[in-house]
Design a protein around this ligand. Structure first.
Ligand code: ATP
Ligand code: ZN
Length: 643
């Protein structure tokens, strides 16, 4: 009956009788046994007290291993379910499990557990942990479990998916749960945990399933780790553009009016207008020609372009006008710009031809994916299409890249990386077949990146079906990777729309199209900037650049209004706080609103035509002659400067 276990370091040990994971750990060292929380046998996670009686590769799972954290968090989820059941006897549970940064438990009814109840439940969990209740492991017949959960459609459905006669269950008192690979043997193992939030979640993540309620939490073995994690979460929350968007009154989205259809409030609209003007000017300087084209087009346009065949899921349904005409809200601007190109006969002298637009588009994103301004259903893309000759690709690509990097510099965006995407030559289904064109185009892009001395990551098989591309990747405050800008070569659309230009040989040729977005959509870009700056926009972008606060409304308001007038003449965005509130309150509020300059004027300032300035985020106030200050703030705006 003896069997042999092989350890990760290659050591082997013989055992005569079945041994628990814990005993295996002990047989190596007592210190290992202390930190052991589970085991892995031949790739299968085992409970600490589970017995091993067969040959295999064994590994002891320690507290801070990835698996160790998972066991802890699964246990915390189990404990949460236990106390939630005690508090709400009719509650049923969907899935509950550890995730990358914590755990969640789905409960069957919406609004069953209020967020205000979490502290109470957390305390109840603490009590169970202190009591040191054991968590027992048992095997139960599937039929008996089905009986136990007969009034719980979600558990029944989970059971149905398990193909076994006997199922491992965990018990604490009369509470039973299943579905976990391994838990800690005792409630007392979960010391450091926190319940975090409540959200809606579809049963099994499918949007046509009923909405359940999901409670999020996290757990760690060490207090310091939990504290650091809670701090990290607080930082993210502080940066979240949805919170800042509300606090700074930038925008709102109201599902009652239309999910994913943002309303830009004056402050947000100002930010957007500044950026729109900025990028338009930048493009005009780089020889782009700006156009306006309709957001509605005949559906045939998207049939020709292939969007109707390949992108229909993301498109709003067409509007049948009743007279045979079908109109479609555009999901992309490319077909529109192609019409601009086609409107005249083009010659090689016109190329590269750069057509740009702040183009509004509509995409039917899934409701579960909508996120503030970051993922919306109506968006405006800083779009541009360049039509070039094949030999011009590299030079144009470099131009676009240069423009992109200048823009990043102006916005103080430094944390980004390049991803160059090629076709997968084996994947003949996805990619159109022309080895020479692919090779030429890919090599041109690669050479251009190398010439510029830029680092990039090469992603084979990530190209669009119509050509290779370069993406600029950044990270959001939440740590999600996101594409900020993109340059895409396209050999397909010119073909489909039969584009041509007259070459210097007098013959017709097909141009290559380059799609490019520098700042992407204004929605996503402004969401990104809000998080990047934590809502403290640099002066040139800030909705209100300066706020003037008279010390005494009777004595200093005229001077304050006069300063405002002068500043407005200089094109600055400024207001005067004339409310009947205490001065310190007003100063504090200007800081909360993240106004770059707070201007305080009292007796002395009025008498000497000076101003006392408090910069955002600074404690001290400095006095300047008014003229000197005006020069400085104008310079600040013009230099796109930031602290
Ligand atoms: P994603 O993968 O994020 O859906 P995509 O690859 O479909 O984006 P493109 O078609 O390349 O995006 O869109 C061009 C630009 O539009 C990108 O800069 C992208 O960041 C932005 N964008 C795409 N979808 C949305 C959306 N739903 N809300 C806001 N911006 C979006
Ligand atoms: Zn395009």
């Amino acid at each position: 009956m003896s069997f042999e276990l092989v350890f990760p370091d290659g050591n082997r040990k013989q055992y005569d009788d079945a041994v628990s994971v814990k005993e295996v750990a002990k047989s190596i060292s007592t210190s290992l046994a202390k930190k052991a929380v589970a085991g892995v046998l031949n790739g299968e996670l085992l409970d600490l007290n589970e017995e091993i009686s067969q040959d295999g590769k064994v590994e002891i799972v320690l507290q801070n291993d990835e698996l160790g954290l998972r066991v802890l968090r699964d246990t915390a989820a189990f404990l949460f379910s236990y106390v939630a059941k005690k508090a709400h006897s009719d509650i049923n549970f969907g899935e509950s499990k550890a995730i990358e940064d914590g755990f969640y438990v789905d409960t069957d009814k919406e609004n069953q557990i209020a967020v205000t109840e979490l502290p109470e439940l957390q305390e109840a969990m603490q009590k169970v942990i202190k009591s040191g209740l054991p968590i027992e492991v048992d095997m139960m017949d599937k039929a008996d479990l089905e009986k136990h959960f007969e009034n719980d459609e979600y558990k029944l459905s989970l059971l149905k998916a398990i193909d076994a006669v006997q199922i491992k269950v965990y018990k604490m008192g009369d509470f039973i749960d299943f579905g976990y690979k391994a838990l800690l043997p005792n409630a007392s193992g979960v010391k450091e945990f926190a319940l975090l939030s409540v959200a809606g979640a579809y049963w099994q993540g499918k949007s046509d399933n009923p909405m359940l309620q999901r409670i999020y939490g996290t757990a760690f073995y060490k207090k310091a780790d939990l504290e650091a994690d809670l701090q990290r979460r607080a930082d993210i929350k502080e940066r979240d553009h949805r919170t800042l968007g509300r606090d700074l009154d930038l925008f709102f989205v109201d599902p009652k009016v239309g999910a994913g259809l943002p309303y830009w409030m004056p402050n947000g609209a100002t930010i957007r207008r500044v950026i729109e003007r900025y990028i338009t000017d930048k493009e005009l300087a780089a020889d782009y020609e700006h156009v306006y084209t309709p957001i509605l087009s005949n559906l045939d346009l998207y049939k020709t372009s292939g969007h109707w065949d390949h992108y229909r899921e993301d498109m709003f349904p067409p509007m049948d006008m009743g007279d045979g005409e079908m109109l479609e809200l555009r999901p992309m601007n490319c077909p529109s710009h192609i019409q601009v190109f086609k409107h005249h006969v083009r010659s090689y002298r016109d190329l590269p031809m750069r057509i740009a637009e702040l183009g509004m588009m509509h995409r039917y994103e899934k409701s579960g994916a909508l996120t503030g301004l970051q993922r919306v259903r109506e968006m405006t893309l800083n779009d541009g299409h360049t039509f070039v000759e094949l030999k011009q690709i590299k030079e144009e690509f470099v131009k676009i890249l240069r423009l992109m990097m200048e823009v990043y510099k102006d916005f103080n965006i430094t944390d980004y990386s390049f991803r160059l995407s090629y076709r997968d030559p084996q994947n003949t289904e996805k990619y159109f077949q022309d080895d020479e064109i692919w090779e030429t185009a890919q090599t041109m892009l690669k050479d251009a990146m190398d010439d510029l001395g830029l680092d990039y990551y090469e992603a084979e098989g990530e190209a669009a079906f119509y050509g290779p591309k370069l993406d600029v990747q950044t990270k959001t405050a939440l740590g999600n990777e996101e594409t900020l800008s993109t340059i895409q070569l396209d050999f397909m659309l010119p073909e489909k729309f039969e584009l041509s230009y007259i070459g210097n040989d007098g013959e017709e040729h097909r141009p290559v199209m380059i799609h490019r977005g520098i700042i992407g959509t204004l929605e996503r870009f402004i969401a990104y900037l809000t998080e990047l700056y934590k809502g403290a926009f640099p002066t040139w972008i800030a909705p209100i650049q300066a706020r003037i606060i008279p010390v005494n409304l009777d004595l200093h308001s005229d001077y304050a209004k006069d300063i405002k007038k002068q500043m407005k003449k200089l094109g600055l965005r400024v207001d005067v706080d004339l409310r009947n509130e205490k001065m310190n309150y007003k100063i504090r509020e200007a800081q909360t609103n993240k106004v770059p300059y707070t201007i305080i004027v009292g007796d002395q300032e009025t008498a000497s035509t000076s101003v006392s300035i408090r910069r955002y985020g600074q404690k001290d106030t400095n006095t300047f002659a008014l003229a000197e200050f005006l020069d400085a703030i104008v310079a600040d705006v013009n230099n796109y400067s930031r602290e």
